[in-house]
Design a binder for this molecule. Structure first.
Ligand code: TYD
Ligand code: MG
Length: 459
């Protein structure tokens, strides 16, 4: 191939340029352009579009027969939930996560469990067969394990899948696979794109469910561009707090179920174990109530989780008071503190404010607004919130408390864990509160703070 035919592809966003540049014009990243050969598929597609006899291949929606996708249960209730009720035949699922988080472990356990109901082929490009076998033995799935192939040439992986009659194909990892039609090295954008396209085609034509393992970059995105995420049906991220043995599997995209569904696992000596009651692990459960800590209920997909938010307000030593948010958006924290100051006189001037979410989870929901302000007030006054209190609600700039979705489900989850008092938006107060729970609704932050002042003093 002559040099002049090369194109330069950004390894971050996947856009291409005819000349090398220091900065990608599309995404603005530096030093991400790499010379690659144009992909043959791109040329073939251009050819088919431009010529040939035209026949009508379209059909009408109404005429389409609607069949529920057939699903295989993976042997893990948590994984099934994240997938939307099991692995769909003919689907392609991408599982991303940091190195060492447990992707290969999860895939091997899943492969072994699935192999009891359907033939599975596990293709590894990262480890030797004996390494995989050793790990399988350690996981206690040595005998049940699926068929294995150690191979990085995608064509041969697909041949092996077809020959073994596999209904499920695991590819660990997509970054190690290469397609012979493409000149670039494995892991380059054009390789990832071609390999994934081949796998998607294979999955759709053969009805095989394909599970792809993908590495993530240091920014936390699946290495290679976003195009990978567009091509597959389902994208799952495996994440964890550093040093924690708990792992959260989250669906960020799912064509066959709800996005943002989470499954919780714990990494133990013999592999990953499901955590069926995750609310318990995100609470610190102090023996004595402590100031600055308030429990809230977060919605993740179809599940409610109890989460503890903590705020520490401390006299600032520097000229500029610091605002540090971990697990919460920093701008949101600043906004909430401004609302509390302007409308309720909660002055944090000259105070460093640190906000944290226990268990290393991320609280992206506005339902966390009210508990954050309550925790700030509790820390500032150095008075603990009652231990049996939970709160949720969105705050507006005018100091109003706005309702949040799934109020009743949140209250039920809290009542199940023994919480007795809920401070919530007025519109979220149910007609019949859960047994043993007092639910107090408010429309203004000022009223809520005044009301809880009494509760805080009583605890
Ligand atoms: P692995 O599945 O190899 O991670 P990935 O494929 O995402 O890179 O997980 C490796 C880590 O998990 C390693 O640090 C050891 C740990 N581990 C256990 O704690 N217990 C086990 O039974 C296994 C198999 C691994
Ligand atoms: Mg691995």
């Amino acid at each position: 191939m002559s040099k002049s035919r090369e194109i330069y592809v950004c390894q971050n966003c996947g856009s291409s340029a005819p000349k090398w540049q220091g900065q990608c014009a599309a995404c603005g990243e530096w030093n991400t352009l790499v010379a690659e050969a144009p992909t043959p598929a791109g040329r073939a597609a251009a050819r088919t579009r431009s010529g040939g006899a035209r026949s009508d291949v379209s059909s009408s929606l109404a005429a389409e027969a609607i069949t529920e996708p057939s699903r295989l249960t993976t042997g893990s209730g948590e994984l099934d939930r994240v997938l939307g009720g099991g692995l769909v035949a003919g689907s392609v699922t991408l599982i991303g996560g940091d190195p060492g988080i447990g992707k290969s472990t999860l895939m091997l356990q899943t492969a072994a469990a699935l192999n009891r109901v359907a033939p599975v082929l596990y293709a590894t490009g990262e480890e030797s067969l004996s390494q995989v076998a050793l790990r399988a033995r350690r996981l206690g799935v040595g005998e049940a394990t699926a068929r294995l192939v150690a191979e990085t040439a995608l064509e041969r992986v697909l041949d092996a899948a077809a020959a073994s009659g596999a209904r499920v194909l695991v590819v660990d990892s997509i970054q190690t696979m290469y397609c012979e039609r493409v000149d670039s090295a494995p892991g380059a954008v054009s390789q990832l794109r071609e390999c994934t396209a081949d796998l998607v085609r294979y999955a759709k034509t053969s009805g095989t469910a394909v599970l792809l393992v993908g590495h993530v970059t240091k920014e936390g995105q699946i290495a290679g561009p976003r195009v990978l995420e567009h091509m597959v049906d389902t994208v799952l991220y495996f994440e964890s707090d550093s040093g924690s043995r708990f792992r959260v599997l989250r669906s960020v995209k799912n064509r066959f179920g709800a996005a943002n569904e989470i499954g919780v696992f714990a990494m133990a000596e013999h592999g990953l174990k499901e955590v069926t009651n995750p609310s318990a692990i995100f609470l610190s459960r102090h023996p004595e109530p402590v100031p600055g800590s308030v429990v809230t209920v977060m919605r993740e997909g179809t599940r409610s989780l109890l989460i503890e938010v903590q705020v520490l307000a401390d006299a600032s030593l520097g000229a500029n008071a610091r605002r540090v948010a971990v697990g919460i958006d920093g701008n949101r924290l600043n906004m909430l503190l401004a609302v509390a100051h302007r409308h309720c006189g909660l002055s944090l001037a000259g105070q460093d404010v640190f906000a944290n979410v226990v268990g290393g989870v991320r609280l992206g929901e506005t339902a966390a607004d009210l508990p954050i302000v309550l925790a700030a007030r509790s820390s500032l006054a150095d008075v603990p919130a009652p231990q049996a209190l939970i709160a949720f609600g969105e705050l507006g700039l005018a100091g109003e408390i706005r309702p949040v979705p799934y109020g009743e489900e949140r209250l039920r989850e809290a009542a199940k864990h023994g919480f007795k008092l809920a401070i919530v938006p007025e519109a979220n107060v149910p007609k019949r509160p859960p047994e043993g729970m007092t639910v107090r609704g408010f429309t203004r932050l000022r009223q809520a703070l005044e009301a809880v002042a009494g509760e805080f003093a009583r605890s």
